[in-house]
Design a protein around this ligand. Structure first.
Ligand code: OOG
Ligand code: NI
Length: 268
């Protein structure tokens, strides 16, 4: 894939993401009005660990354009595995892909997920851009709630499918905001609540990464029994610190990421 194709993919992912989360567009415009050019630190995808749609499958278009796998992460309690990919061009977003280890979940969850995966059209499974195929199955609100009751991640996945779960502003590249705390203040003043799980700022200079994120605003999703509003996509903000060699740390911090995942939890 040429880099123009990659940029096209990233544009389409952003268009879809910002349609689900108009807050991100508002925050992006707010930063532009301050004279900023927004660079993305990373984008993230979710999936189930089925070999037809696992991490490696979603990563395909990125690998084809020179991304390389970097580090693996494991979230015991949430039953998730994740991996991040990087491109040699530091202005291209890192890609963070996670997957739910379905066989570690209840028999009920496994059977609902199997029912979703069985509906995926053959064409979607061979589409090199499965990562932005949207939701290739129908799901009832009752099944969504059963899934989310056991795993918020599974619930989100059943409702939204394959698309960018979030984009992330690379705070280091901002000129008009010195710290993540300052950016958080700006975002809250603009009326966008932040995920306070484990504190608004996850991480610290000591772990070389500070992160914050909005709470995914609810969006109307079509379930088989009608529309229901459920948490959609969120916007993240990341500030990185330098390693002893002077290069910015480019990995992720499991303890922080664990809380960032909760930006899409239901809040009732
Ligand atoms: C991913 C959460 C983790 C990060 O930057 O640590 C993450 C997700 O919500 O799918 O993005
Ligand atoms: Ni993230």
């Amino acid at each position: 894939m040429s880099s123009s194709q990659l940029n096209r993919l990233l544009d389409r992912l952003w268009t879809d993401f910002s349609r689900i989360n108009p807050q991100a567009l508002a925050i992006h415009s707010l930063l532009q009005q301050r004279g900023e050019t927004v660079i993305n630190d990373h984008i993230a995808f979710r999936t189930f660990d089925d070999p037809r749609i696992g991490i490696e499958v979603l990563a395909k278009p990125f690998l084809a354009d020179g991304y390389v796998p970097k580090e693996n992460y494991r979230f015991e309690q949430k039953k998730l595995d994740a991996r991040h990919y990087e491109h040699a061009d530091p202005k291209l977003p890192k890609v963070f892909i996670s997957e739910l280890k379905v066989k570690e979940c209840s028999a009920k969850l496994q059977s609902i997920v199997a029912g979703l995966l069985d509906q995926i059209p053959a064409a979607a499974l061979t589409d090199p851009e499965l990562c932005m195929a949207g939701r290739p199955w129908k799901v009832s609100f009752a099944d969504y709630e059963t899934l989310a009751g056991e795993s918020e991640y599974a619930g989100w996945m059943s409702a939204f499918g394959f698309r960018a779960n979030h984009f992330t502003v690379f705070v280091n590249y901002l000129q008009s905001v010195a710290t993540l705390a300052d950016l958080n203040t700006l975002i809250k003043q603009a009326g966008f609540p932040l995920n306070a799980e484990g504190g608004e700022i996850k991480g610290s200079p000591e772990v070389l990464l500070e992160q914050s994120s909005t709470l995914a605003p609810p969006v109307e999703v079509d379930f088989t029994d009608g529309p229901h509003a459920v948490p959609g996509c969120y916007y993240e903000f990341a500030r990185r610190y330098a390693l002893p060699d002077g290069k910015l740390f480019s990995g992720f911090v499991t303890k922080s990421a664990d809380k960032i995942f909760q930006s899409t939890d239901r809040r009732t």
